[in-house]
Design a protein around this ligand. Sequence first.
Ligand SMILES: Cc1ncc(C[n+]2csc(CCO)c2C)c(N)n1
Length: 214
Amino acid sequence: MMQSLSDQMLEENRDIFDAMVHHRFVEDIKADRLPVAAFERYLVFEGAFVDTAIAIFAYATAKAETMAQKRWLIGVLDALANQQIAYFEKTFVVRGIDPASYDTSREDVAAFRDGMLAIARNGGFLDTIAAMFAAEWMYWTWSKTASRCTINDPLLKEWVALHAEPAFEAQARWLKTVLDEAGETLDAAERKRLSMIFGLVQRLEIDFHEAAYS
Ligand SMILES: Cc1ncc(C[n+]2csc(CCO)c2C)c(N)n1
C-alpha cells in the first residue's frame, strides 16, 4: 500500500520538524523559563498572525472543493475570530501590552506572514491545507508535551492548553485527512511539491519563533 501523503510529508521533513518542536521557545516553555519579554513579544507577533490566519482560511474556504469542506472551514474561521482573537484582546488588556509599540513588520515576522499568505492567495486549495497542516500539526505536537509541564504564567498555560485540547487536535486531524484522501490520486511530483510546502513552513516557523527573543 502507498504511504499516506501526511506520513510522507512528516518523514521527508523530519529533521526540520524536530528542530521546530524542540526550538528554544518550546524548550523554555517546557522548563517554565520563557523570559517574560519573549512571551510578550511573541504574543504581539502571534496575535497579528492569527489575524492573518483568518485571511488564509478565507482563501481556503473560497477554493474548497466540497460543501462539507466549506462548512468545516467556516467553523475554523468562527473559532479564530471569536476564540483566538478574543484571547489576544483579553491578554493585551490584562498585561498592559500595547501592540502598536512593537515592530510586526520586521523581516522574520513578515516573512512568515507573507509566505503563508502567498501560498493561500496564489496556490491551490491543497497548498493551503498543506501549509496549515504543517503549522497546526507542529503546534499540537509540542503543546501536548508542554501541557504536561508546570507552567506558572496562567496566560501562557492557557495558550498551551488551547493547542493540546481535543478541538485543536480535531482541527489538525481534519487537515491530515484532507491531505491523505487527496494524496491517494496525486502523482509523485505533486506529492513532493506539497511535501516541500510543509518543509518551507517549518523553516518560516523557526524564524518566527526566534523573533520572540530579540
Ligand atoms: C506561528 C504559529 N504557527 C502555528 C500556529 C498553530 N495554529 C493555531 S490556530 C491556527 C490557525 C487555525 O486553526 C494555527 C495555524 C500558531 N498559532 N502560530
